[in-house]
Design a protein around this ligand. Structure first.
Ligand code: NAD
Length: 284
């Protein structure tokens, strides 16, 4: 049971975690901290949080668990403001989509209290943002990756694991380096491809006709291009090196497709499509 939970950033992920833990009956009081009074008010009206605070020291006072659920680019500022007012015995965790940069910011900001910071990332979400889009079952049977460091306190890790399990998630562990390398391919690259395709189409002379004549393939492939631009700008910048590796590999592979189509290389095309189809058929 968490006595007092403070969630910093009550949007899709922060709001969904609050709803999931409330439904599970594992938290007595949820305090939401944010910058926008309107958004916080909405979170109270929706019953997502018990109380809203626009002062960080007031929000975290007495909290045993503090969850950072703001865009990755805002984590360092929040951690720096949090460090001097961090309550004794509080565990701090985050939900950011990139782990290396958030861990570096936490290590720099929290000093000796870094032992009680547990980095995390729920592999769940939608292309929508904001507390109104939050869902109590968003994390049900979804994976949450925790990336503890050598210094991470084992009790703090256990408390964060228990929180996510209460929210319905399945917890897995990775190093931060492995997380950022793997997520660059499984999540960050697909978002770049969706943004790139949608942006190519919107600048096309036949934009309207393309949309009117598009079907499930186009909408499936571009759905995530509706994701929040600020969140994705931050993810790109924070996971620069791993994302560049993935983008360069994809760019080279796409070049091979261009060459095969130019040459009319039916054998290469069919072999490549077959290999990809078999791989796709074997997942889900
Ligand atoms: P969101 O835009 O729905 O919510 C973010 C909230 O943080 C907003 O309410 C915003 O007002 C608030 N906020 C921003 N800066 C702040 C600041 N300095 N101080 C206080 N509040 C601030 O975004 P989201 O989708 O919930 O994403 C939140 C985090 O979760 C990000 O780090 C993202 O990388 C991660 N994440 C997102 C998804 C997804 O699919 N959306 C999945 C996994 C992890």
């Amino acid at each position: 049971m968490i006595d007092k939970l403070c969630i910093i950033g009550i949007g899709l992920i922060g709001g969904s975690l609050a709803r999931a833990l409330r439904d599970a009956g594992t938290v007595r009081e949820i305090i939401g901290y944010g910058r926008s009074v309107g958004n916080l008010q909405q979170a109270v009206e929706l019953g997502v949080i018990d109380r809203a605070e626009v002062s960080l020291p007031d929000a975290v006072r007495g909290a045993g668990m503090i969850v950072l659920a703001v865009p990755v680019g805002n984590m360092a500022d929040i951690l720096n403001t949090l460090a001097p007012v961090l309550p004794d015995n509080a565990v701090v965790t985050d939900v950011g989509s990139v782990k290396g940069s958030v861990i570096a910011a936490a290590r720099a900001a929290l000093g000796a209290r870094f032992t009680h910071f547990v980095a995390g990332h729920p592999i769940a979400g939608t292309e929508q943002s904001g507390v109104a889009a939050s869902l109590p079952d968003l994390f049900q049977r979804r994976r949450v990756i925790l990336t503890p460091e050598a210094e991470t306190d084992s009790d703090a890790l256990a408390r964060v694991r228990a929180m996510w399990e209460a929210a319905g998630a399945q917890v897995a562990m990775l190093t931060a380096v492995d997380h950022d390398r793997i997520l660059a391919v499984s999540s960050h690259l697909p978002h770049m491809l969706a943004y790139c395709l949608m942006d190519m189409v919107v600048r096309h002379d036949d934009y309207r006709a393309i949309l009117e004549n598009s079907g499930g393939g186009f909408s499936d492939t571009t759905r995530i291009a509706a994701s929040d631009p600020v969140m994705w700008r931050d993810i790109c910048l924070a996971n620069r090196d791993a994302l560049l590796d993935a983008l360069r590999q994809y760019h080279a592979d796409l070049g091979a497709f261009v060459e095969a189509v130019e040459k009319g290389d039916a054998k290469w095309l069919c072999e490549t499509f077959t290999r990809a189809k078999h791989a796709r058929d074997s997942v889900n």
